[in-house]
Design a protein around this ligand. Structure first.
Ligand SMILES: [Zn+2]
Length: 307
């Protein structure tokens, strides 16, 4: 991992030692970060969803399969767990979403197109958005290699889905993303609503999710090499209530919810059943816009043009 920028799932960086700097220097530096981030970060105020919807819900799935497991050099049993996602979980999620008539976004590492092409094709055929999730779940530190990775991933996904992706969930540089036609990224938790990040001469939409809406935080056993005391096998009922409460909170205030699922975790039968109950509950309320990240992005860009 030392030669790459960390993947969104592997971002365990903690603050570096501040032994050499005074508290005043620290404060100055932190204020500078606050200032530049505030300039870059522009919330989409009152997003006014299409059709008067009260909330936009992006169900997203990261099709990691065994790629991250291999990258972290995890033992065969963990890799096999990832393969379950590619063989079984991905199809169960597709069936769930199609059964509910919900459009979603599948974030796919490019290399997956060489491993599970039928699954990616099937999602695309059902009208789901196919978006990038790095070539092999990492962003190389060398800009040239990074470029090659993103190009490869973009072309592989376009070939399978018939459409060039405009979205990513990654740490690719904004400049490279913009150059290759990307319009949004879906990572970080700097806000609870979609926002724009401004860069030199262009903007990207960010569709944030929070770890509270990431199934890995509740269901991923041996997550990122954690020891036994840190294992996560949560009761699906508890997760259902947590996510339902979060949904209702956003619904009340006219908001946005981006849920991050992984086929190797949420593809297990009892969790599919939980998601089925969650979606059924959501559908009972009027004004819920279930859609893919691309639609939310295009909507936000359209609002921007109105101004
Ligand atoms: Zn991932």
């Amino acid at each position: 991992m030392t030669t790459s920028r960390p993947s969104p799932h592997a971002q365990n960086a903690v603050g570096k030692s501040t032994d050499h700097t005074s508290e005043t220097d620290d404060l100055t530096a932190m204020r500078e970060v606050v200032r530049t981030q505030a300039e870059r970060h522009q919330v989409v105020t009152a997003p006014r969803w299409p059709g008067g919807a009260r909330i936009a819900v992006n169900f997203t799935a990261d099709f990691d399969a065994m790629l991250l497991r291999r990258l972290l050099d995890e033992p065969p049993m963990q890799r096999a767990k990832g393969e379950f996602g590619g063989r079984v979980g991905i199809w169960r999620l597709l069936e769930l979403f199609d059964g509910h008539g919900i459009k979603t976004t599948l974030f796919v590492p490019g290399r997956i197109s060489q491993l599970y092409p039928d699954a990616v094709r099937a999602w695309a055929r059902s009208g789901h958005e196919i978006a990038d999730h790095m070539w092999e779940h990492r962003v190389p530190a060398d800009p040239q290699v990074e470029r090659t990775h993103l190009l490869r991933s973009t072309e592989a996904l376009e070939q399978l889905s018939g459409r060039r992706p405009i979205g990513t969930r990654s740490w690719h540089s904004p400049e490279l993303l913009a150059e290759l036609g990307y319009r949004y990224n879906s990572h970080d938790a700097a806000d609870h609503r979609p926002y724009f990040t401004t860069h030199d001469g262009f903007r990207l939409v960010n569709l944030p999710f929070h770890y509270a809406f990431d199934d890995a935080q509740f269901f991923s056993f041996a997550w990122l090499d954690t020891d036994n005391a840190a294992q996560r096998i949560a009761d699906p009922e508890r997760v259902l209530e947590l996510w339902w409460d979060a949904f209702r909170q956003q619904y009340r205030h006219g908001g946005y919810l981006n849920l991050c699922l992984h086929p190797f975790l949420s593809g297990r039968a009892m969790r599919i059943a939980m998601l089925d109950r969650l979606i059924s509950r959501m559908k009972q309320l009027p004004g819920v816009w279930f859609t893919g990240c691309e639609d939310v992005t295009q909507h936000c860009l359209g609002l921007e043009e109105e101004h």
